[in-house]
Design a binder for this molecule. Structure first.
Ligand SMILES: NC(=O)c1ccc[n+]([C@@H]2O[C@H](COP(=O)([O-])OP(=O)(O)OC[C@H]3O[C@@H](n4cnc5c(N)ncnc54)[C@H](O)[C@@H]3O)[C@@H](O)[C@H]2O)c1
Length: 263
């Protein structure tokens, strides 16, 4: 194995991916599997979790709602039955329909905070507890967003959860760096996944193809690369942060966004 291959090789490492039934989480589980990891795929419902695991070689399903701290702990127990946890990717996330601050409902704000912020917090906390106990120099990757650093009208609730994820990432990286544990975030630009289809669904919930094409073109035109991202673009960025290739990188926000924002 040459230096490049070994920097990205995850053979035998146990990796947990939350939100793994769809979109970026599913593609990440697939890429980590290809790199050799033993992946535990987790999503909130049993059937979707099983379906995701069935689509990947050797993946183990474990359904957990990330807003439930004890479920996240049970997920870590299941993962540890395969060996010490080396990688934990917090990809579970939600977005609610756009609402300006003055119109935001309490229900929507609670959901955003519960899944995106508390869910990521509990996942990262559990990963750190397990990695510390097993003295594993692991890697935690949190899904942040372009929206966590750039103000977009109507997305305040989502934005504050992702800004929180960024600060959780930095704080935790300081706390656990001396134990050799790395904590980073990936802040994608726009990727077409289930999460974003609400932008172009009609009243009955069906995708309006005309609106979809116009929306995707608009999102692509805002990027210097003149395209939207793919789930593979993001999963490969996550692979980099999960693997030894990024061994000197912690507390950072990696931004695969086609250059849409340059911080
Ligand atoms: N798609 C984008 O353009 C984009 C951009 C920036 C950031 N992100 C972030 O990437 C991550 C993945 O999003 P995606 O685009 O793949 O969306 P997605 O909707 O395809 O996947 C999100 C997954 O999270 C799961 N989930 C939701 N609530 C959960 C809960 N309580 N417990 C466990 N799982 C739960 C969903 O069931 C779903 O499978 C999210 O954190 C999202 O905020 C996405």
């Amino acid at each position: 194995m040459n230096r490049i291959e070994s920097a990205f090789d995850l053979t035998g490492r146990v990796a947990v991916v939350t939100g793994a039934a769809s979109g970026i989480g599913l593609e990440t589980a697939s890429v980590l599997t290809e790199a050799g990891a033993r992946v535990i795929v987790s999503d909130r419902d049993d059937e979707a979790t099983m379906r995701a695991a069935d689509s990947l070689d050797g993946a183990v399903p474990f359904a957990a709602d990330v807003t439930d701290r004890s479920a996240v702990s049970a997920l870590a127990d299941a993962a540890e039955s395969l060996g010490p946890i080396s990688i934990w990717v917090n990809s579970a996330g939600v977005i609610t329909t756009r609402a300006v601050v003055s119109e935001m409902t309490e229900e929507a704000l609670d959901l955003l905070i519960g899944v995106n912020l508390k869910g990521t917090f509990w996942g990262a906390a559990e990963a750190v507890r397990r990695m510390t106990a097993t003295k594993t120099a692991g890697s935690i990757v949190n899904l942040s967003s372009f929206g966590g650093e750039n103000a977009v009208e109507g997305l305040s609730g989502y934005a504050i959860t992702k800004a929180g994820v960024n600060m959780l990432t930095r704080t935790l990286a300081k706390e656990v760096g001396p134990a050799g544990i790395r904590v980073n975030a990936v802040a994608p630009g726009f990727v077409e996944t289930n999460m974003v289809t609400y932008q172009y669904r009609d009243e009955a919930g069906h995708i309006d193809e005309k609106r979809r094409t116009a929306y995707l073109e608009m999102m692509a035109s805002g990027s210097p690369l003149k395209r939207i991202g793919t789930t593979t673009d993001i999963a490969l960025a996550i692979l980099y942060l999960a693997a030894d290739a990024s061994g000197f990188t912690t507390g950072q926000i990696l931004r695969p966004n086609g250059g849409t924002s340059m911080v």
